[in-house]
Design a protein around this ligand. Structure first.
Ligand SMILES: *Cc1c(COP(=O)(O)O)cnc(C)c1O
Length: 367
């Protein structure tokens, strides 16, 4: 049979009739866009995050892009981004017409190095996008303080960090504006594409809402050039059901992460070393010089694993025009060569996790 990366069957079994009832409610109502489920989810998600506003959008990339647009970022502006992230973080900057300015990440946090961020600031810097990679909240408070000193905004990419906390604050209430993806396998996932922003600033919330709905609040009155990026009712209904489980499911992720940390110690792997209590373990990343051999062995043993991400954005063909070569961001490049994510979800059974642990240990003892 093998271990599953994410067991949607188990997830749906756990949600039971609540899920089918929510979907049936939307079908019965037959208002599929801009209806009561989206409005309810927006207020529930804002409340959960401790933010004043939430705007549902079509996906995570749009949530980042429209956040930048709402803040007036465009051609000629620089936006600081981590060199190690999913390409969407960079694409959002490019779509806004601005230039991504990468900085390296910390090897212990996998997130933007605040000191390198400071050194990358120029008079053209108009925003910074810290990314809470793998579920580990970036150093957003420190980055925000510095950004505000220079009078530019912080757009947090929290696509992997639903429910993560920094002290008493929940991700989504810390940066000027926070972008979420609800891609199905995220910590809070829809059953299709979906995204949202949260913010305490009503001007940004209104602007994002306008941008995502063809630039109009009132039908056919297009005040600005907008886009079509809307959270739909079916996805909102699913998200409302799953949101009620988020803290419990994140708790299970933490339990499994600590079992990995114990079970994989002393095997010669580099394990996540900074694991703050607010971490929500979107994936469990390990580093090894012979990562590809480990992955091939695990595959043969029926254990799935994923590399997040094999090529850093600055070395992708899409970003060749920026002119970066190998060696520009050594820590990000090292992670790209050595990282492997092991299966970790609320539905990974402890038996299956033991199977993963045994397989990794066996390879390490023979390597
Ligand atoms: C998933 C993800 C995105 C993009 O989300 P989509 O909903 O797929 O557009 C952006 N940034 C990060 C870090 C992600 O993991």
């Amino acid at each position: 049979m093998g271990v599953k990366w994410y067991d949607f069957g188990a997830e749906q079994a756990e949600l039971g009739s609540e899920l089918s009832e929510a979907i049936a409610r939307v079908l019965k109502n037959s208002q599929f866009i801009r209806g009561p489920e989206v409005r309810a989810f927006e207020s529930e998600w804002a409340a959960y995050c401790g933010a004043r506003h939430c705007v549902g959008l079509g996906n995570g990339l749009d949530s980042l892009h429209l956040s930048l647009r709402a803040a007036g970022i465009g051609v000629g502006d620089e936006v600081i981004v981590p060199a190690h992230t999913f390409v969407a973080t960079w694409l959002a900057v490019t779509y806004a017409g601005a230039t991504p300015v990468p900085v390296d990440v910390g090897i212990e946090t996998f997130t933007m190095d605040p000191e390198k961020f400071r050194r990358a600031i120029t008079p053209r810097t108009k925003a910074v996008i810290p990314v809470d990679l793998y579920g580990n909240p970036a150093n957003v408070e420190e980055i925000t303080e510095e950004a505000h000193r220079h009078d530019f905004i912080v757009v947090e990419d929290a696509a992997q960090a639903h429910g993560a906390r920094v002290g008493a604050r929940t991700v989504g209430s810390i940066a000027d504006i926070t972008a979420f993806s609800f891609y199905p396998i995220k910590n809070l996932g829809a059953y299709g594409d979906a995204g949202a922003i949260t913010t305490n600033r009503s001007d940004l919330a209104e602007r994002v809402s306008l941008l995502g709905n063809y630039g109009s609040e009132v039908k056919y009155d297009h005040r600005i050039l907008g886009y079509n990026s809307r959270l739909d009712e079916l996805q909102a209904a699913v998200l409302r059901v799953k949101l009620r489980q988020l803290d419990r499911w994140n708790g299970r992720r933490r339990e499994r992460a600590s079992r990995y940390l114990d079970g994989l110690a002393h095997l010669g792997l580099t394990l996540p070393s900074l694991t703050p209590p607010g971490h929500v373990w979107h994936v469990f990343p390990i580093l090894h010089r012979r990562r590809d051999a480990l992955q091939a062995y695990l595959e043969s043993a029926g254990v799935p694993s994923i590399i997040h991400y094999p090529v850093p954005p600055h070395l992708l063909g899409a970003y060749a025009p920026l002119g970066f070569g190998p060696g520009a961001f050594p820590i990000s490049e090292r992670i790209a060569h050595e990282e492997l994510s092991l299966p970790l979800s609320p539905f990974l059974s402890l038996e299956d996790q033991d199977e993963v642990l045994r397989s990794v240990a066996k390879w390490c003892s023979e390597a």
